[in-house]
Ligand binder design. Structure first.
Ligand SMILES: Nc1ncnc2c1ncn2[C@@H]1O[C@H](COP(=O)(O)OP(=O)(O)OP(=O)(O)O)[C@@H](O)[C@H]1O
Ligand SMILES: [Mg+2]
Length: 140
């Protein structure tokens, strides 16, 4: 298990590629961090690494967006910021995606329904260091 720490925007694509290369389908990536910590920015880089050509916008209002990738799975991008309880999350039908080899699920604000997440969830921690620097910590 290696802990990765990343700081600048210029490193994001390399980090995202590292994560993308490990994905097989069925994974859940939980992105934890304050407003503006870089969760959507990372998801955009992950999508690029998976060959997604459409632009990846924050799903804060849509709650979920889906992107076909150049791999055997669809990338599902959720933002649970506006949800207040795990019932609302269950109603999104997200649990069916967990472990489904045809899906990879990325979740911003996963703490809204931590109890629904599988114990195989990959946790990535985002911290705002200063205006141009973020710290992303995760294990592979
Ligand atoms: N690694 C990074 N280095 C420097 N700046 C970054 C980095 N990642 C993101 N930023 C900048 O931080 C700002 C906010 O990023 P982003 O929208 O990804 O945050 P977020 O965590 O998704 O926030 P929210 O909780 O509101 O969805 C953007 O302007 C982005 O360019
Ligand atoms: Mg975001």
């Amino acid at each position: 298990m290696i802990e990765h720490t990343v700081y600048s925007l210029s490193e994001i694509d390399a980090v995202a590629k590292l994560v993308a290369d490990d994905l097989q389908g069925g994974e859940v990536l939980a992105l934890v961090g304050d407003l503006g910590a870089g969760k959507t920015t990372f998801t955009q880089a992950l999508a690029r690494a998976l060959g997604v050509t459409q632009s990846v916008l924050s799903p804060t209002f849509a709650l979920e967006k889906q992107y076909p990738t150049n791999r055997e799975f669809i990338l599902h991008h959720f933002d649970w910021y506006r949800l207040t309880n795990s019932k609302q999350v269950e109603d999104l039908g997200v649990v069916e995606l967990f472990g489904d080899p045809a899906s990879v699920t990325v979740i911003e604000w996963p703490e809204r329904a931590r109890g629904l997440l599988p114990n195989t969830t990959h946790w990535l921690i985002f911290e705002d260091v200063n205006a141009t620097t973020r710290r992303i910590t995760f294990h592979t």
